[in-house]
Design a protein around this ligand. Structure first.
Ligand SMILES: [Zn+2]
Length: 327
């Protein structure tokens, strides 16, 4: 009786021994913080559906970046919010030297240099009057190939302004290859591509649209973002992007797609990122505000699950909030 040779609980008895046998690590070096920069002045505007996340104008950005560096977050993903009058049918502010992202990049480069890694989201939806991720035809359908040329102009412009990494997010067929050749033609061989290779048409993006003030046309997005029930298709997308020259891949969203993260990680040997998206942040914070869960603890558990599934890198709105608890 009670003749148990193997007792797994032996290895759970103290913090010390639990830390010794812990299988999955999470540190501030794994995290990237999204940052929203607006073309206005003197603005630090809260985003209602995303508590503690703000839009910053360039003149007020440094305090946010200083705080991130202080807690050990040294990588950001930049999103620009142009002035309404700078939006047009093709999103030309994305490749203007004077565009909001270009100005932010030059500012960050001059203030922080190599201390901060600036990754730019490469797309058009925040910059087009119609809110789509590229050039559209008369019936408002996204035109794939004409969009590629504008993507090339956008990444070259970002690289010139000091982008450390470019991250195309529009799910345009051929975008990685087009971007790589444009960067190489302009001698930007050293700028890596983090491809949003596997991006699902997800309802978890809702609060992000508040953050960047774009129109939601979910039905339309289904035509170019992936169908949530599909997993094999993720491998097709990832394979194409690796062939075209992606240096890193991404799965987006993260929490409801942990199986996809694991499958992509198993099949491809490039670093894998996932995006812990706005809806995942918003629902956690909302439940925390009601006192129903401990938000930061739940966040740490979510982030750990993404690492356990195989993500090397996590883009997360929780990055700053949880950093104090991480090595
Ligand atoms: Zn887009």
């Amino acid at each position: 009786m009670h003749d148990l040779t193997r007792r797994p609980r032996r290895l759970r008895q103290s913090d010390n021994i639990r830390e010794l046998v812990r299988e999955t690590g999470l540190s501030t070096d794994d995290l990237i913080m999204p940052v929203f920069v607006t073309a206005e002045e003197d603005v630090r505007r809260p985003i209602p559906s995303m508590p503690d996340i703000y839009q910053y104008s360039l003149d007020r950005l440094d305090r946010e970046l200083d705080e991130l560096l202080e807690v050990g977050i040294e990588r950001i993903l930049l999103f620009g919010i142009p002035a309404e009058e700078d939006k047009d049918a093709i999103g030309s502010d994305t490749f203007s030297d004077d565009g909001i992202v270009q100005r932010a990049l030059r500012h960050i480069q001059s203030q922080y240099g190599d201390e901060l890694l600036a990754i730019t989201d490469v797309c058009f939806c925040e910059y087009t009057t119609h809110g789509h991720c590229g050039v559209v035809d008369d019936e408002d359908h996204l035109m794939n190939d004409p969009t590629l040329e504008n993507l090339q102009r956008q990444v070259v412009s970002h690289a010139r302004a000091g982008a450390d990494v470019v991250a195309p997010s529009g799910m345009i067929d051929g975008q990685v290859g087009a971007i790589r050749s444009a960067l190489d033609d302009e001698e930007f061989h050293e700028v890596p591509i983090l491809s949003y290779a596997v991006k699902y048409a997800s309802d978890f993006y809702g609060p992000f649209r508040d953050a960047v003030e774009t129109e939601d046309d979910f039905d339309h997005r289904r035509r170019y973002q992936m169908d949530p029930p599909n997993q094999r298709e993720a491998l097709v997308e990832a394979e194409l992007d690796v062939e075209e020259g992606a240096d890193m891949l991404m799965v987006k969203p993260a929490l409801s797609y942990l199986d996809v993260i694991q499958t992509v990680d198993d099949q491809f040997d490039v670093p894998l990122a996932c995006y812990n998206v706005s809806g995942e942040y918003a629902m956690t914070r909302a439940a925390d505000e009601k006192g129903w869960i401990e938000g930061n603890e739940v966040a740490l558990e979510m982030l750990t699950s993404m690492r356990r599934a195989g993500a090397d890198v996590i883009i997360s709105y929780f990055a700053r909030a949880v950093a104090d608890e991480l090595p």
